[in-house]
Ligand binder design. Structure first.
Ligand code: MSP
Length: 646
């Protein structure tokens, strides 16, 4: 199996992420899902960049230890990725032991071979960007990248000999035109940085402590960019033996925002050249997501919290919007109006309608199941041809990460299908009994086209395909593969349907824009800052707090699915002398019959609630991990039900 290794930048844990950072991760997730669908053995890495002066200062301001401070943000970020359906394979934290040890080894190796040497640094530093500048580079005393004031720094430092490798790097970039993409960013790197000549880079700091200590000189901590960039190989166990490193390195692509292309195409490849390791095959620098044509930033108060958007419109709508609206590689604009328009026109009107019309007509005209007897029409050929044409074009676009074009292609098929409905007028065919075979054929072609569409959209929108498969009763997983959609007509002729909810309800544009605007404004009112403190401080509870929770062992007597929900199970649990009904969100992990007989831990003094109209008198404890796996906590000896858990 061919391997494919893709990475996102690791995110600073100085604050919560906004829709701009989310954009990089959604793009990477889409590529990873696409490559998995195409049969690659994919490793998708993301994580957090947790060291440095900025984070140390933020933690000090909040009066907490830096580690405690970053822990709160990291758990928020992991929740965000869960919410956005980010299916990463590895989440690296730069505070992980394996990473820290790896960085120390890398630093030592470079020092031992003479590529790192001790000196003294005097210059300017932008703390928010964690970046060094010379007098010549700053603009009116401000950082040329972010425009904030720079600080004077003078301290003993280790230096990395970037200059020694610059010719080798220049040659590599020129010999490998795919290495820096898009091409405009390559030219910028060559003309603005490499050709004028590189200065050696300061790679350690002594004026603060929050970083990885240099092993042989612990007064120094490793410069945060050298620490952070190493994550791409330490995450694979670069310094450990027999590591996935051998299998997955070099990376197929590092996705990064345009302002950090410089670090990834100059410092990072030179580190690798010095280590004697292969360079990544590509660094792709995408543009920025602007808000009403302005750069998003916390200080301007114009950031958008992805959790707010997903809460209002669902994850697939948000992912679709980001990937469709913005040309990957260029800057693009986020506006409330554009989001609502896209949801209404592309998702509700085009795709949502196609599904509900198809399912609705199979229900209405054939009682929910198509007959075997079907008569093909000439018009079918156009739909079939377009489907295969679209698949080929998408394969092309996805190689170049042209998500917007790829989605545009899918939507030509969606719209063609809606047009096919208008052209064949099933409601007219339905009036004439002799046209029944034609009518059945039309609905078959639409169902089959929806199958193709569902697979095509799956890397972009991970949830909608499930809704389509459910409504078309497409249980056979072999019909959900990329190869299968290249053959039009694999779906069994007698399509059955199971009517479900509308996948994308139509929105009232004006009302929705107002709602969205005030939701965004509310979250921007510094709620963010307050939450950091809250999350950090809620670390400890007292024994009195803990003893308020009454937990007992319960035995599952009976269990069944909650009607209308694919997540909930309803169990009858015996706890000593009483039996209670408890509803839990575990249906994806346990079949009802498998659950019966288990001894579980029940929180008994929770206020009863109704879930989907079903009474739940307590909660069953379960453990879940970042990969979305879950297991119910059970006992391993024969302790009887009713026993207290303390
Ligand atoms: N920690 C460094 C990266 C180290 S990688 C070895 C960093 N972190 S960051 O959190 O500031 O940014 C992470 C990513 O988010 C970058 O790729 C950055 O370009 C991206 N974005 C931040 N704001 C953005 C927008 N408004 N729009 C698009 N991407 C943006 O840099």
């Amino acid at each position: 199996m061919k391997t494919y290794y893709i990475t996102t930048p690791i995110y600073y844990t100085s604050n919560y992420l906004h829709i701009g950072n989310t954009y990089t991760t959604v793009a990477a997730d889409t590529i990873a899902r696409y490559k998995k669908l195409r049969g690659y053995d994919v490793k998708f890495l993301t994580g957090t960049d947790e060291h440095g002066q900025k984070i140390e200062r933020m933690a000090k301001e909040k009066n907490v230890e830096p580690k405690l401070f970053v822990d709160g943000i990291v758990s928020w970020i992991k929740d965000l990725w869960k919410l956005m359906d980010i299916d990463y394979d590895i989440f690296i934290r730069t505070t992980d032991e394996l990473h820290m040890k790896g960085v120390q080894k890398i630093f030592k190796k470079l020092y031992d071979q003479g590529d790192i040497y001790k000196g003294s640094y005097e210059g300017l530093y932008c703390t928010p960007c964690e970046s060094f500048f010379t007098e010549r580079q700053v603009v009116d005393g401000k950082c040329p990248d972010c425009g904030r004031p720079v600080e004077k720094v003078k301290e003993e430092s280790y230096f990395f000999k970037l200059s020694k490798y610059q010719d080798k790097l220049l040659k590599y970039i020129e010999d490998n035109p795919e290495f820096i993409q898009p091409t405009s960013r390559k030219n910028e790197m060559i003309n603005n940085f490499l050709k004028p000549g590189l200065e050696d880079l300061c790679v350690s700091r002594t004026s603060f402590k929050w970083g990885i200590p240099v092993e042989f000189d612990p007064q120094h901590v490793v410069y945060v960019w050298m620490d952070a960039l190493s994550n791409y190989i330490t995450a694979l166990g670069y310094t450990a033996d027999d590591a996935p490193y051998k299998k997955y390195w070099p990376a197929d692509v590092h996705l990064v925002g345009k302002e950090i292309v410089r670090f990834h195409t100059i410092i990072w490849p030179i580190m690798l050249l010095a280590l004697g390791e292969p360079l990544p095959k590509q660094v792709f620098g995408h543009g920025w997501l602007l808000f009403d044509n302005d750069k998003m930033s916390k200080s301007k108060g114009n950031v958008i919290d992805p959790k707010v958007l997903v809460g209002l419109y669902g994850v697939d709508s948000v992912r679709y919007f980001l990937l469709r609206e913005i040309v990957f590689g260029q800057d693009g604009n986020f506006s409330n109006e554009a989001l609502i328009q896209r949801i209404n026109s592309d998702l509700a009107n085009d795709l949502g309608n196609l599904l509900s019309r198809t399912v609705g007509m199979i229900d209405k005209y054939f009682g929910g199941k198509l007959p075997q007897n079907q008569m093909p029409l000439e018009k079918d050929e156009e739909v079939k041809k377009l489907a295969s044409h679209v698949i080929a074009n998408i394969e092309n676009y996805m190689e170049k990460f042209q998500f917007s074009d790829a989605l545009g292609e899918i939507w030509t098929l969606v719209r063609r299908c809606n047009k096919y409905i208008d052209e064949t007028s099933p409601w007219v065919l339905a009036k004439d009994e002799t046209k029944s075979a034609e009518l059945a054929n039309v609905l078959y072609v639409l169902s089959e086209a929806l199958r193709v569409i569902s697979v095509l959209i799956s890397p972009f929108m991970p949830n909608t395909p499930n809704a389509i498969w459910k409504q078309l009763c497409m249980e056979d997983e072999t019909l959900r593969t990329w190869d299968s959609i290249k053959q039009f007509g694999l779906l069994a002729r007698e399509v059955s349907i199971s009517k479900g909810e509308v996948v994308f309800p139509r929105l009232d544009v004006e009302k929705e824009i107002e709602k969205l605007k005030s939701a965004i404004e509310n979250t921007n009112k510094k709620v963010i800052e307050k939450e950091v403190v809250k999350e950090v401080q809620k670390e400890f509870i007292t024994i009195d707090d803990f003893s308020k929770v009454e937990m007992k062992i319960g035995k599952v007597l009976a269990c069944e699915k909650v009607e209308g929900s694919d997540k909930l199970l309803k169990s009858q649990i015996k706890i000593g002398n009483e039996t209670r009904q408890i509803v839990s969100g575990i249906a994806k992990y346990y079949a009802p019959e498998e659950f019966v007989g288990k001894s579980v831990v029940v929180v008994c003094n929770l206020k009863p609630v109704k879930l989907r109209g079903v009474l739940s008198e307590g909660m069953i404890l379960a453990a879940s991990n970042d990969k979305g796996e879950l297991c119910v906590i059970t006992t391993h000896s024969n302790i009887e039900d009713g026993a207290e858990v303390r």
